[in-house]
Design a protein around this ligand. Structure first.
Ligand SMILES: *Cc1c(COP(=O)(O)O)cnc(C)c1O
Length: 413
C-alpha cells in the first residue's frame, strides 16, 4: 500500500494495517492475550509509564490487537485517534465519566438508543443537567443551550423511529459556541457517513453492530476527529495537559474512563471485530438495498399503517439523508393496521428472527414497546413517537427477493 495515495474505503480497511510493521508478515493482526508487557530495562518501563515513550504496560489500558483495531476505526472515520471499549455503552459511559462534572449541562437528542437514554438519567442523578430535545431542528438545540453547556450529543438516524438529526446545522452551532459536538454514528456506520464532515469532535461507534456485522463480538469506540479544540474544554485536569492540547481529551478519557473504570475491549473480541469490518462496505450496500425493497413493498400494502425508513420519499428527512449519507441504512420500523397482532406477524416470519441486535448479517425483528423500550413506560414512549405495535427491523444480507416475500407472506392472516 502506497501511504501517499488515497484509496477507497474497503481497500484502506483491508490494507491499512500494513503501514505498521506486522509480526512475521502475518496478514491478520495476531491475538495478543498477554495481560502484561515486560521490559529488559526497568528505566524503559518507567518512561512508558510516564507517557514519554509509546508502549504497553497492562492489558486494561491497551493491547497490540486492540490498538490495531483502533487504528482501523481511526482510518474509517478519517480521525486522529480512537479508544476502544468493551461495548458501545462503555464508550458512551466513558465520555460522561471522563468529561463531565456536576453542574455541567448537556443537550442531547430525545430520540436515542434506549440504554443511552437510561444512561443520561443516571448521569443526571450525579448532578449533570441534561436537556433532551427534538434534534431534527437545530432551533431546539440552540434554545436548550445554557452558559454551562459542555456537550451536544446526537445520533445520526435514531433507533427505532429513524428521525435524522439536523447534523450540519448543529455542527455549525457547536463550532460557533466552542461546544463539544458528539455524534453516535452507529446507525449510519463510517461507510455511509463521517461525522467529522459536519464538525463532530468525538464520534461514537458501537462496534457490535455494522462494523463487526456478524453478531459474534461486543465492542465500542470513541474517535477524536481532530476538529475540537481541547484547550477550550474546561474539564481537563492539569496532569493530562503535558502533551500538545490536541491530545488532551483522549489522554483524559484513556486514563479516567478506560483505565479507572476498566471496560476494556478484549483481544479476542478485537480480532473478531477487525475481521468483520473488512466486509462492512459490501454488507452495508446489500442491507441498504434490501431495506429499500422491503419497505417499498410494505408501504404499498394497505394492511400496513406506517413505515419509517429514510429511503422512502415519504420520510421527512429523505432529502437530507440523500445529501449526507447517499444511502439510508439497514434499520426501519413499521406499524401494522389494527386487527393484525404484531406478535402473530413476527411469528409468521420464516427468515426475520425475533432478536435484539442490529447490523447483523441475518435479518432481526423486535416488538419495540414490549422489549427494548419496555422499561421507559408508555408516556416516554409516546413522546418518542413509539406506538405500542411498532416493529423494528434490522435488515440483513439475505437475498432480496426472499426477504421481500417473507415480510409479504406474513401479512396474510
Ligand atoms: C447498540 C447501540 C449502542 C450501544 O452499543 P453496545 O455495543 O450494544 O453497547 C449505542 N448507540 C446506538 C445507536 C446503538 O445502536
Amino acid at each position: 500500500m502506497n501511504d501517499k495515495k488515497k484509496y477507497g474505503f474497503t481497500t484502506t480497511t483491508l490494507h491499512g494495517d500494513r503501514q505498521k510493521p506486522i509480526e512475521h508478515g502475518s496478514l491478520h493482526k495476531p491475538i495478543h492475550t498477554s495481560v502484561t508487557f515486560g521490559y529488559n530495562d526497568a528505566r524503559e518501563l518507567a518512561t512508558v509509564f510516564q507517557g514519554k515513550q509509546p508502549g504497553y504496560r497492562y492489558g486494561r489500558q491497551g493491547n497490540p490487537t486492540v490498538s490495531a483495531l483502533e487504528d482501523k476505526i481511526t482510518r474509517m472515520e478519517e480521525g486522529v485517534s480512537t479508544i476502544c471499549f468493551a461495548t458501545g455503552m462503555a464508550a458512551i459511559g466513558a465520555l460522561a465519566q471522563a468529561l463531565l462534572r456536576a453542574g455541567d449541562h448537556v443537550v442531547s437528542s430525545a430520540f436515542l438508543f434506549g440504554n443511552t437514554n437510561s444512561l443520561w438519567q443516571t448521569v443526571a442523578l450525579q448532578g449533570v443537567d441534561i436537556a433532551m430535545v427534538d434534534a431534527t431542528d437545530v432551533a431546539n438545540i440552540e434554545a436548550a443551550m445554557t452558559a454551562k453547556t459542555k456537550i451536544v450529543f446526537v445520533e445520526t438516524i435514531a433507533n427505532p423511529r429513524t428521525q435524522v438529526a439536523d447534523l450540519e446545522r448543529i455542527g455549525k452551532l457547536c463550532a460557533e459556541r466552542g461546544i463539544l459536538y458528539v455524534v453516535d454514528n452507529t446507525m449510519t456506520s463510517p461507510y455511509l457517513f463521517k461525522p467529522k464532515k459536519v464538525g463532530a469532535g468525538l464520534v461514537v461507534n458501537s462496534l457490535t453492530k455494522s462494523i463487526a456485522g456478524h453478531g459474534n463480538a461486543l465492542g465500542g469506540a470513541l474517535t477524536d476527529t481532530g476538529v475540537f479544540d481541547w484547550a477550550a474544554y474546561g474539564n481537563i485536569l492539569d496532569t493530562y495537559k503535558k502533551n500538545a492540547s490536541a491530545n488532551w481529551g483522549m489522554t483524559q478519557i484513556r486514563a479516567k474512563a478506560l483505565r479507572d473504570f476498566g471496560a476494556s475491549l478484549g483481544p479476542e473480541a478485537a480480532h473478531h471485530i477487525a475481521v468483520g469490518s473488512e466486509t462492512m462496505a459490501l454488507r452495508m450496500e446489500r442491507e441498504c438495498a434490501n431495506a429499500l425493497a422491503v419497505t417499498k413493498m410494505l408501504e404499498a400494502d394497505d394492511r400496513v399503517a406506517a413505515v419509517y425508513y429514510p429511503g422512502l420519499a415519504s420520510h421527512p428527512q429523505h432529502a437530507l439523508c440523500t445529501q449526507l449519507f447517499g444511502a439510508y441504512g439497514s434499520l426501519f420500523s413499521f406499524e401494522l393496521k389494527d386487527g393484525i397482532d404484531c406478535f402473530d406477524y413476527l411469528n409468521r416470519l420464516q427468515l426475520g428472527v425475533s432478536a435484539s441486535n442490529l447490523g447483523d448479517t441475518r435479518t432481526l425483528v423486535i416488538p419495540v414497546s414490549h422489549t427494548i423500550f419496555y422499561e421507559m413506560g408508555p408516556e416516554r414512549r409516546a413522546s418518542m413517537g413509539i406506538a405500542e405495535s411498532l416493529i423494528r427491523v434490522s435488515v440483513g444480507i439475505e437475498d432480496t427477493a426472499d426477504l421481500v416475500e417473507d415480510f409479504r407472506q406474513a401479512l396474510d392472516v
